[in-house]
Design a protein around this ligand. Structure first.
Ligand SMILES: [Zn+2]
Length: 427
């Protein structure tokens, strides 16, 4: 540890200013929970960034009118395929004298789609962008809000396939309203966009893209069909598990992860079988939110490291892919840690995960794998082979996975054969 060890401090990063503004020095950290260090060792400094305001609760959609009116009188309303939802939201903002223009996103957003949305927002003089929908609608709106105020083309700002420049201007104010419980993208600073030309998904990422308001009303998730409930729920569960064992975990993200794991463990099956269970829907909406808060600040791991590139190569639903990869990735990570880094504190974290998931205070790390396998069976998650993934794709998928940004959060560096084994076991 360097000198910073004794000066460890909590800082909150506020997203509503032009540049990072560190406002709160909350407390000295006395104990580390970072995976690289023993529990009594102080850890280095960290940062926590999220949406400016998070509003959560059944029925909170009724607050949208006054919230949006504070930003101006013209809104671009970005929605998915469900027109009834658009009407419901348009009604809320219309009753507060806000003119709204529709922008419909039918699939995962592409670079061309968000560029068209940004042009529309500029031409119509929109003061605010409001996204209502699943991860695709929210990511699309987030990117549209950013590109509407910034010059040039999307590729100027995109990672990996573009120039990756930082934004020059603040995005339009952005309100994110999720209607699924999975991605947590209402509290993250990136938008995942597909490039059809490159057959990859890449992120548009900037601290200023954190939404101004994340409004999470679990009632909006009540009509999700069981299959979507299952796959989005598996994404939520994965997104509280991976940041918990990530070597970038922090005391703030740890709390969210443990609570998210607890809620998903008790409610994911319930909500799959009974979508009207309001308490279980609330649990999953919270798990999703906590996953977003955690992953944006502690990264993910091997599951998302593989699921990201795989989603760019095959038209497979993200949550279904994550859910299928999760048991094998957990098993391989635990085995790799045992064989190469038996002192790595991530092993104790896997044990904690197993105890939360199973409810058994004596459970061991490997019991998490058994529990996750059984959950996948219960939710009838299809194997990855269903999406057309076969042997001839392995080399390309592994090369892309090992370089992906999510893989950097994994508790141990996996060898190519280990990544291959995760994929093979998930077919
Ligand atoms: Zn995910």
């Amino acid at each position: 540890m360097g000198e910073t060890a004794n000066r460890s401090e909590y800082w909150l990063f506020c997203s509503f200013t032009y540049s990072p503004l560190y406002i709160h020095r909350l407390q000295k950290l006395h104990y580390a929970t970072n995976n690289h260090h023993k529990s009594s060792t102080p850890m280095s400094t960290f940062e926590f960034a999220t949406a400016t305001r998070i509003i959560f609760g059944a029925g909170t959609l009724t607050q949208l009118g006054p919230l949006a009116a504070a930003f101006g009188s013209t809104a671009l309303l970005v929605t998915g395929r469900t027109p009834q939802r658009r009407e419901k939201v348009a009604q809320q903002i219309g009753s507060h004298d806000i003119r709204s223009h529709n922008f419909v996103v039918t699939n995962e957003p592409t670079i061309d789609v968000v560029e068209a949305g940004a042009n529309q927002a500029r031409q119509l003089g929109c003061d605010v962008v409001i996204s209502v929908g699943g991860g695709s609608a929210i990511d699309a709106g987030k990117a549209v809000a950013a590109l509407a105020t910034n010059p040039g083309r999307p590729l100027d700002y995109l990672e990996v396939i573009g120039a990756g420049k930082p934004l020059v201007a603040d995005p339009l104010p952005f309100i994110a309203i999720p209607t699924t419980a999975g991605t947590g993208t209402e509290v993250t600073k990136n938008a995942v966009l597909a490039s059809t030309a490159h057959a990859v998904k890449v992120s548009l990422r900037d601290n200023r893209m954190l939404p101004n308001i994340a409004l999470i009303d679990p009632e909006l998730t009540y009509d999700m069909p069981p299959a979507i409930t299952a796959t989005t729920g598996m994404d939520a569960l994965t997104q509280v598990l991976e940041p918990y064992v990530s070597h970038l975990a922090t005391p703030i993200t740890d709390g969210f992860c443990r609570e998210g794991l607890r809620r998903a463990a008790r409610s994911l099956c319930t909500v799959f079988h009974n979508g009207d269970d309001a308490a279980a829907r609330e649990d999953m909406a919270l798990c999703s939110l906590f996953g977003g808060l955690a992953l944006a600040n502690a990264k993910l791991g091997a599951v998302h490291g593989i699921a990201g590139p795989l989603g760019g190569m095959f038209p497979a639903p993200h949550g279904a892919v994550c859910g299928k990869l999760l048991p094998a990735a957990t098993a391989i990570n635990i085995a790799a840690l045992h064989s190469r880094e038996p002192e790595n504190p991530a092993l104790a974290r896997y044990t904690k995960v197993a105890r939360i998931l199973t409810g058994d205070p004596n459970a061991q790390a490997k019991d998490a794998v058994t529990w996750l396998d059984a959950l996948g069976e219960e939710l009838a998650l299809p194997g990855l082979g269903t999406y057309g993934i076969g042997k001839s794709d392995f080399a390309n998928l592994i090369a892309k996975s090992s370089r992906s940004s999510s893989m950097k959060g994994n508790p141990i560096v996996l060898m190519d054969e280990e990544i291959l084994e995760i994929v093979r076991r998930s077919l």
